[in-house]
Design a protein around this ligand. Structure first.
Ligand SMILES: Cc1cc2nc3c(=O)[nH]c(=O)nc-3n(C[C@H](O)[C@H](O)[C@H](O)COP(=O)(O)OP(=O)(O)OC[C@H]3O[C@@H](n4cnc5c(N)ncnc54)[C@H](O)[C@@H]3O)c2cc1C
Length: 470
């Protein structure tokens, strides 16, 4: 290794990245922690902007003690000069990893316009880039007032603001519960919570439930708060349409039959100015993919030490599978310890992280059980009319995608993209990919993108000259 203390670059300062940073820094590793956000915390511990001077930010969080421990630990390592915390750094590429010991270059963009290039050299890399929300289209979903469930949560935690007066929270997944109760506690009227799955099915997963009493208590807490705020809850229902002229005015909610189709005659209209909708989460895998890390389904594949199959690259948290903040913490801790040991040239002692490994196993089992229960309606694509925009960046509608499949014979995501431009815009298919795949009836495979973020051409043009490659 090139310096006395080996260097680890951790990308992502959410629960996984923070746990990894603390574990590695405590074991003699110099860590550079990079995150595009202005503050550490990631999605779960997202903090209000400093200028808002929040008096009691803990009111919007649970497990605040854990956050204090992470925040204070980071602070003391930064003061000791062991950790460099680079906020506002958007990592667009990590190079290296062909051979263990050769090192990596992390390329980031800094500044409000993300035009200032920054390079960080490291002996190893730990990817803790989290996940993002899956969004499925339905008629009216592009109206102002329709936002993602996580977006509403981020607005609440980060900007201490609510998106409107009256909300419907809809879609599927456990995230809908903190979103509905959080918005209600902040003063919004929650006209309905609409869940397409039937969470009662979860009660039959007794083994997974018994192993996670904290999660059961958390779920019961949400149920009690929904009752207190008199939130009407519809299970096995979906939002079939959002209505409005200039902006959202109401939604139509309908019951689902056993096959996941809307039951005709069950539609009801609910007035609202906000629809917070989410259909689950997907892992961020761009950086891992450009490094050549193997994926398992949509997740970065890791071994029991959280190592990817590329030497010198670890991954932890939701990039390796959606499972919540507690799992991200356990994985980050293991990854940080493993990276520290291996960077010092030692075989890690797995007994040291036995407790974290046990909790990782239980939490993975719990999230696998959740996955069997929460899912978008099987026939959601039938609700998408031909004039519903599916790819917002390129304004491609449902009719164009159907035509590409039915008339032009497209059988995979790439061909649909070539024929319609769906997925060719700013988001590069990150948002519309699952929807286009679902409508086209083909598998959703994350497409391999050279860069994790849009990069100004000027930055790219300067790269080879500066490094003498041209
Ligand atoms: C919008 C949203 C809201 C959520 N709200 C809740 C909630 O209220 N309650 C709950 O239980 N769970 C919530 N979740 C789920 C939550 O993300 C996880 O449970 C937990 O935060 C996962 O931890 P993590 O460390 O794996 O990832 P995250 O917490 O997502 O942290 C990943 C970090 O990586 C950074 N990052 C990613 N890519 C790059 C890059 N290329 N360059 C630089 N930085 C990068 C991000 O800025 C982020 O800070 C939410 C998820 C999302 C997407």
């Amino acid at each position: 290794m090139s310096s006395e203390r080996p260097r680890l670059a951790v990308i992502g300062a959410g629960p996984a990245g923070l746990a990894a940073t603390l574990a590695a820094a405590a074991r003699g590793v110099r860590v550079t922690l990079l995150d595009s956000a202005a503050q550490a915390g990631g999605q779960f511990y997202r903090q209000p902007a400093a200028e808002l001077r929040a008096g009691r930010p803990q009111a919007l969080h649970h497990q605040w003690r854990t956050w204090e421990r992470l925040r204070d630990g980071l602070g003391s390592h930064v003061r000791a000069g062991v950790v460099r915390h680079l906020t506002g750094h958007h990592v667009w590429l990590v190079e290296g990893g062909e051979r263990w010991g050769e090192g990596f270059t992390v390329h980031a963009l800094l500044g409000p316009e993300q035009e200032e290039p920054v390079e960080v050299r490291a002996d190893a890399v730990l990817l803790a880039t989290g996940g993002y929300e899956k969004v499925l289209p339905f008629p009216g979903w592009t109206l102002p007032g329709v936002i993602t469930a996580g977006g509403a949560q981020a607005m609440l935690k980060g900007a201490l603001a609510v998106p409107g007066r009256t909300a419907v929270v809809a879609g599927t997944g456990p995230l809908l519960l903190p979103v509905a109760t959080g918005l209600a506690a902040a003063g919004m009227e929650i006209a309905a919570l609409v869940e397409s799955a039937d969470p009662r099915a979860f009660l039959r997963r007794t083994r997974a439930l018994a192993a996670q009493p904290d999660k059961v208590a958390e779920g019961a807490g949400y149920a009690a708060r929904l009752l207190r705020h008199r939130v009407r809850t519809f299970v096995r229902h979906t939002v079939a349409e959002a209505h409005g002229i200039e902006r959202l005015e109401a939604v139509t909610v309908a019951a689902l039959d056993a096959t996941g189709r809307v039951r005709p005659g069950t539609e009801r209209r609910i007035p609202c100015d906000t629809l917070a909708v989410g259909h689950g989460m997907l892992p961020h895998t761009d950086l891992a993919e450009t490094l050549g890390c193997r994926l398992e389904g949509s997740n970065v594949h890791v071994d029991d030490e959280q190592r990817t199959d590329v030497p010198g690259v670890w991954a932890a948290g939701e990039a390796t599978g959606i499972g919540g903040a507690a799992l991200a913490l356990a994985e980050g801790h293991i990854a940080g310890r493993s990276a520290a040991a291996r960077l010092h040239g030692a075989e890690p002692d797995r007994r040291e992280w036995a407790a974290a490994a046990k909790s990782r196993a239980r939490l993975r089992e719990f999230s696998a059980a959740l996955d069997t229960v929460y899912a978008p309606p099987a026939h959601w694509a039938e609700q998408v009319t031909d004039d519903t925009v599916v790819c917002r960046c390129e304004e491609v509608d449902g009719g164009a995608i159907r035509e590409a499949v039915e008339r032009l014979g497209a059988g995979d995501l790439r061909t649909v993209k070539l024929l319609t431009r769906a997925g060719m815009g700013w988001c590069q298919g990150r948002v519309c990919g699952p929807a286009v795949a679902g409508l086209a009836g083909c598998a959703f495979t994350p497409s391999r993108r050279p860069f994790a973020r849009p990069v100004p051409l000027g930055v790219l043009a300067r790269q080879p000259t500066e490094r003498g490659l041209s």
